[in-house]
Design a protein around this ligand. Structure first.
Ligand code: HEC
Ligand code: HEC
Length: 326
């Protein structure tokens, strides 16, 4: 932490890349690890959380549930540039997936929520998302005897409160792990789990240096980075810089956090177009080209882009709410 504070972003990336490069060469340590189910979750609380996740009473006019923007069968996002909340109101930023959040440093693009529990009130209160607040939600849900009883059973000391609702939703999300992706089967020793092309894509992903930021279990989510380490992305984008574009600066107020974002997990990336916080890339090809250009200072040939894309497709696994195993 201290070392990385002393380095500017460009050097931080190069340093990580060198360290990882050494760890990879000549050893079996891979910079990406397979996902594992979250242990220790109470299944009854998870089921309760699942019910709440799909409950439109969590919004002011009973039209919008969490699943409205985080479509679990479509990869946990909504495939919209910005989300649409109550009364057709538009949001200001692209919705990320809710799958595979367990290994994240913090939540939201700018990392402003330290835990999944603390995150819940944000969409609830956001006037363009659910537009309500706890007293109103509790008032509605407390009229539902079945739900109230389920809370009393699972949280005997507390019953239904804003904390227990948040806890149930958070535990449900902790259970949303996509297992047995081709990449994970390959990491666990199944040589044939990846195609030739996907293996080449993974090698390129490491060799170009994507791995310096997208790594670990979630292939991202475990660090922050500037959007535009090697080039001025926001100048070239030719669109005025918005509040959302400021990223982590909005949380810390530090100049060095301007345009810094949580590195997104690439685990479900084949499903979650469009890409980037501003949805500026409609396709994975575009996203890969932009990343190479602005994060690594490289123009990479179309054949390599294609191979990396094939590799990224190998990162989607299975979850009963997403898709069944073949
Ligand atoms: C109107 C659409 C909408 C609704 C409804 C909504 N979300 Fe979101 N969600 C978003 C958007 C947009 C973001 C990104 C916000 C940001 O990063 O500033 C987000 C971010 C998140 C994240 C952070 C993921 C990450 O990678 O850090 C989680 C978790 C999440 N939402 C869960 C929920 C839950 C639980 C609910 C229901 C209580 C909910 N959302 C309701 C649109 C929505
Ligand atoms: C310096 C760190 C860094 C490097 C290196 C890097 N990325 Fe990223 N990546 C990020 C950040 C930060 C974002 C989010 C940017 C934004 O939304 O404005 C991102 C976003 C993405 C996205 C979009 C994900 C989504 O859900 O919207 C893809 C795809 C991606 N990166 C792939 C790659 C590939 C492929 C490479 C190598 C060619 C690469 N990245 C190199 C930091 C990095």
């Amino acid at each position: 932490m201290k070392i990385s504070r002393l380095l500017d972003n460009k050097h931080r990336v190069l340093l990580t890349f060198c360290l990882l490069g050494n760890a990879v060469a000549g050893s079996v340590v891979e910079p990406i690890q397979p996902l594992e189910p979250r242990k220790g979750l109470d299944q009854d609380i998870v089921v309760l959380g699942k019910r709440l996740f799909h409950d439109t009473r969590l919004s002011a006019d009973n039209t919008v549930s969490c699943a409205h923007c985080h479509k679990l069968d479509l990869g946990g996002s909504d495939n919209m540039p910005v989300s649409v909340g109550i009364k057709g109101r538009f949001g200001i930023i692209n919705a990320p997936t809710v799958y595979n959040l367990n290994a994240h440093v913090a939540y939201f693009w700018d990392g402003r929520a330290p835990t999944l529990e603390s995150l819940i009130q944000a969409p609830l209160r956001n006037p363009v998302e659910m537009g309500t607040d706890w007293p109103e939600v509790l008032d509605k849900l407390k009229k539902d005897r079945v739900l109230v009883e389920a809370f009393e059973k699972n949280f005997p000391d507390q019953g239904m409160t804003s904390e227990t609702i948040s806890r149930a939703l958070a535990d449900f999300m902790r259970s949303l792990v996509t297992l047995d992706s081709p990449m994970d089967r390959w990491l666990k020793g199944d040589e044939d789990a990846l195609t030739e092309r996907q293996r080449r894509g993974y090698r390129l992903f490491k060799n170009y240096g994507c791995i310096a930021c997208h790594q670990g279990r979630a292939v991202g989510g475990n660090m922050y980075a500037t959007m535009g380490v090697m080039g001025d992305y926001f100048r070239d984008r030719k669109r005025p810089v918005s509040e959302a574009d400021k990223g982590r600066f909005n949380v810390t107020g530090e100049q060095e956090d301007l345009h810094v974002f949580k590195v997104p997990s690439l685990r479900m990336v084949a499903w979650t177009s469009p890409y980037f916080h501003d949805a500026s890339a409609a396709t994975l090809d575009e996203a890969i080209v932009t990343m190479a250009r602005y994060q690594l200072g490289r123009e990479i040939p179309p054949a390599d882009v294609e191979d990396i894309k094939h590799f990224l497709h190998a990162l989607s696994g299975y979850h009963p709410l997403f898709r069944e195993r073949e």
